[in-house]
Design a protein around this ligand. Structure first.
Ligand SMILES: [Zn+2]
Length: 185
């Protein structure tokens, strides 16, 4: 993975660890063919923005009450991880599920030609695991990706509304579950 503007080396190390959870076939598509890169930067450096169907990330980043830790920018083919301590976030249980994996899911979606809007539209539209995944097809795909690849330890119980287990994905969205499974092989 190509890193840019790394202001937190420990975050890069943590991300390398997370990348280990992603099958090589997917990494070939996202990193080598599509050329996705990752910025670990301050919020001042945002690059350009992608606005989903009905969701404006620019206004969300400006909202101090909302904690935006990361986003994906299709024009730059870049995952932006903002300046936060992953350890602190995990300690405070603000976000136990993995924001990096979610953004990587967006990168995969675009690397596959926005498959969430085309081949998988029917299964991404209003079939997220929660309201966030139901915002639009992109969020559904990214949430489902993170859920599938987070691979929590056995007997792990979700602590927050936004945490889900692969078994939940299998029940709620079996087509996406099977799709990710096929990419693993
Ligand atoms: Zn997202």
């Amino acid at each position: 993975m190509i890193y840019e503007r790394v202001i937190r080396p420990e975050m890069a190390r943590k991300i390398n660890h997370m990348l280990g959870k992603i099958p090589q076939g997917i990494r070939q598509i996202v990193e080598f063919k599509y050329g996705a890169k990752i910025y670990i930067c301050t919020r001042n450096y945002r690059g350009s923005f992608f606005t989903g169907e009905d969701y404006d990330i620019e206004s969300r980043l400006d909202d101090p009450d909302l904690l935006t830790l990361a986003h994906f920018s299709p024009p730059e083919r870049a995952i932006f991880m903002y300046d936060f301590s992953i350890e602190e976030v995990e300690r405070n249980q603000i976000l136990a599920y993995d924001p990096f994996l979610h953004e990587y899911g967006h990168a995969l979606d675009f690397a596959l030609g926005e498959i969430s809007c085309h081949e998988l539209y029917e299964y991404c539209h209003q079939r997220g695991l929660d309201w966030y995944g139901n915002l639009n097809v992109y969020e559904c795909f990214a949430e489902a990706f993170a859920t599938y690849f987070l691979k929590p330890p056995e007997n792990y119980k979700p602590r927050h509304w936004f945490e889900h287990l692969p078994t939940g994905l299998k029940q709620q969205n079996p087509v996406l579950f099977t799709f990710f499974k096929s990419l693993e092989e």
